[in-house]
Design a protein around this ligand. Sequence first.
Ligand code: FES
Ligand SMILES: [Fe+2]
Length: 470
Amino acid sequence: MSIVEAEFLQRENPRTGTFKAPPFLPRIGHKSLGLERLGGERYLSRQFMQAEWEHIWTKTWQLVARIDDFDEPGAFHVHELGKESFIFVKGEDNEIRGFYNVCQHRGNRLCSVESGILDQFTCPFHGWQWHTDGSLKHVAAPEFFRQFDEGVPAAELALPPVKVDIWGGWLFFNMDLNACPLREYLGEIGTHLETYEFEQWQLIDYQTFEWDGNWKHAVDAFNESYHFAALHPDMVQFGEGHDIPIELWGIHSRMLNWNRTVSEVVEDRETLTELRQHMMGTRLQQDGAQHDCAAKDVHLAEIKRRRAMEDDTYLPFAQMNDEQLVHQYHYTFFPNTTFTQTPEGGAVFRYRPHASDPGKCYYDFFIVARLAPDASPPKRPLHRVHRHLPGDNYSEVFEGTFEPVFANVLAQDGSNMPTMQAGVASDSFKGMILSEQEVRLRHFHKTVDDFIAGRTDTHNLPSWDHYMDE
Ligand code: FES
Ligand SMILES: [Fe+2]
């Protein structure tokens, strides 16, 4: 048991006896997933990439955008995934639908703009048009087509649809029209996050990083905190990522990162240094709180303060367990979406494969917040794609929307992508040795293998407690 844990144990809601999101403490053990090394081939091989496409990307639920982006009929959003591009658009009937972004004449990309509002989609090549519900609107000079002598086959020429669904104010999609419903896919663990009331959150920023590493290196990097002490020395000054609780829930998983404490790997855990003040203190003072305690204990005092004000705040403290009030609840939904947040804000990560190169990926970074009811709505972010440059600290990426200390942390993660991609390709590499603190990686890669082998699909998901100790 870690030091933080010994100081802080709470499992039941004093009012109801249960929580929508069960606390991590006391810890639940998981069944052994083995000790084998994880080979490098899966990050490098085009065959493996193709198998992922056939069994994972075309079969699983994936996050698209906030539904607030679709504020009126005709509002659309283009989303790229691997070799495919999709159009998501609100129809005249206010229904949001999704289609492959492919002209049915000669296969041109129909829409090249990322988002906007349109009455119809017009292919720039020969001018064929589609309505916002995907039905065919216009074929230019149909008399030139002998195939259409009997009339234009509108149903055959409609844009091919994908399945869409909404959860927590987010639009999701699935290329598999027969996939299970989204809510069923998110499972028991989806219920936990409903305590945050995501449908009332706002999008503060949205940026994409193009990284020179396979998409699974990015998933791996954000699914463990074992690397904090070495790669992110700042992080251990105001949070704890050492020996953290981890839980495996069916095909998904979660972990807890403690905020507003000092890691037990740091010698002086008492002094409120300038960095600690800045990262733990500023916000508290803004809120009118002053905690006169050791730096490592700020979280405990803040939990008490927040619990005492649960009836007087717009934040949903009353339905949250004590851990949630202050700490980082970090959830990853298979295959490529992570939600990590406190009651007032957080980030959503989405990892996307490159169209053809297993050595590249896109890491999408959404900043979201629960703003006060009287706050003015944030301005719509300007989405850009950033290349990682050596020595970059991502200070140019965020324009006041993200704490620079955290932007630098993100750049440190980005710096590992090309070096991981290169290292696992070495003839000398014998495979990864994964610790218990990296068990989410073992579980994630096992899930990848289970989908590829056909042992798992959306109609044959492992139960939520499949990996838990009895
Ligand atoms: S390719 Fe689109 S109209 Fe011809
Ligand atoms: Fe990191």
